[in-house]
Design a binder for this molecule. Structure first.
Ligand code: AMP
Length: 341
């Protein structure tokens, strides 16, 4: 409590400094200081659903349970060692499908029979995954650093005393916390000047080598791109290169929801047509729109990224929450290019 109070006082002083000086450097550092002066606990909503899986649960049941609970990830509990050992996310589902899929006629026995622990034994031979977590009194700055440094989208907040998982922090939640704070204080706290610059002037996002998928390509092709490029969504394009849809990692869970994971030869067009309740749509932006407009749109739509298009709707880039947090919070602290692979 005392820590929170000290942080609030620090932040108040910073606002005064900014208001009085009109200093450009203070302007650029505003969001970084905000994140340093607020802790993870403050960003946790008052109520939310959390599901934990024992590592002896079958992977297939675990993915069905994620679907049934409308969740995207769950911490994993190892009852032998009595500790949390990792997270099960849609990335695991993608990796399992990509690894074991042969054809619509061959059943994926591994998906049918494996326990989560067995899958991790197979998978962890090839990658050194440990559980990245954060304490509730750590700063949001540290949380952002971990999300970007380890290229993860879910960061469990673990109480060091009880060992319980309190919440799973995401880029979306952190940006929303910032947004709520600024919208309630908008009469007293000025927004930094760079918010009025256009996307092409600030250069936030990825503008080259964009991973896309043709609408005639198969779902398996899309999964291969997810595995190879580690991107979180693919603009789906037609023959003229125009963006017609967006296929995100989250959409892959529809294959579990609809039990269609045995036919990954299905075209993207078909997969998108079958997408029912989880439609994210293509939320786009143009290069001459301001950073403020882009941030407002991404928060309002509750999406993780916008597709940057030109006037002909041809894909020119991706602006994801990782890019925004990197530019608004980490770069002003002198931490650059955590996103480069
Ligand atoms: P994300 O995992 O979506 O937060 O994005 C991590 C980084 O990858 C960011 O710099 C994004 O701009 C970039 N990125 C996301 N999707 C794509 C894509 N389809 N092609 C190329 N880069 C991407």
């Amino acid at each position: 409590m005392e820590k929170i109070l000290i942080r609030q006082i620090m932040f108040q002083e910073m606002r005064e400094e900014l208001k009085n000086s009109g200093n450009l450097e203070a302007d650029a550092e505003m969001y970084m200081k905000f994140m340093k002066s607020h802790c993870c606990y403050e960003a946790i909503p008052t109520s939310c659903k959390l599901v934990i899986f024992d590592t002896t649960l079958q992977v297939k049941k675990a993915f069905f349970a994620l679907v049934a609970n409308g969740l995207r990830a769950a911490p994993l509990w190892d009852s032998k060692t009595q500790r949390f050992v990792g997270m099960l996310t849609i990335t695991d589902f993608i990796n399992i499908l990509h690894r074991y899929y042969r054809s619509p006629l061959v059943q994926m026995n591994e998906l049918e029979r494996h326990q989560i622990g067995t899958w991790r034994d197979v998978y962890l031979q090839y990658s050194n995954h440990c559980l990245h977590s954060i304490a509730p009194d750590a700063s949001l700055f540290d949380a952002i650093y971990s999300l970007l440094r380890y290229k993860i989208h879910r960061l469990p907040v673990i109480d060091p005393v009880s060992g319980n998982v309190l919440h799973i922090l995401t880029h979306k939640r952190i940006l929303k916390f910032l947004h709520i704070f600024y919208s309630t204080q908008k009469d007293t706290v000025p927004k930094p000047c760079f918010m009025q610059k256009t996307i092409q002037d600030v250069g936030i996002g990825t503008f080259r080598n964009i991973a896309t998928v043709q609408q005639t390509a198969s779902v398996y092709d899309a999964l291969s791109v997810f595995v190879e490029r580690r991107v979180s969504a693919l603009p789906v394009v037609n023959e003229q290169g125009k963006v017609v849809a967006l296929y995100s990692r989250f959409d892959v869970i529809n294959l579990a929801a609809q039990k269609t994971y045995n036919n990954l030869n299905m075209s993207m067009q078909e997969a998108i047509r079958r997408r029912c309740c989880f439609i994210e749509g293509v939320i786009k932006c143009l290069p001459d729109e301001t950073l403020e407009t882009v941030i407002d749109r991404i928060i309002k739509a509750e999406v993780h990224r916008l597709v940057l298009v030109d006037k002909e709707d041809v894909c020119r880039g991706i602006i994801s929450l990782s890019d925004l947090l990197q530019a608004m919070v980490l770069s002003p602290a002198g931490i650059d290019a955590l996103l480069a692979s």
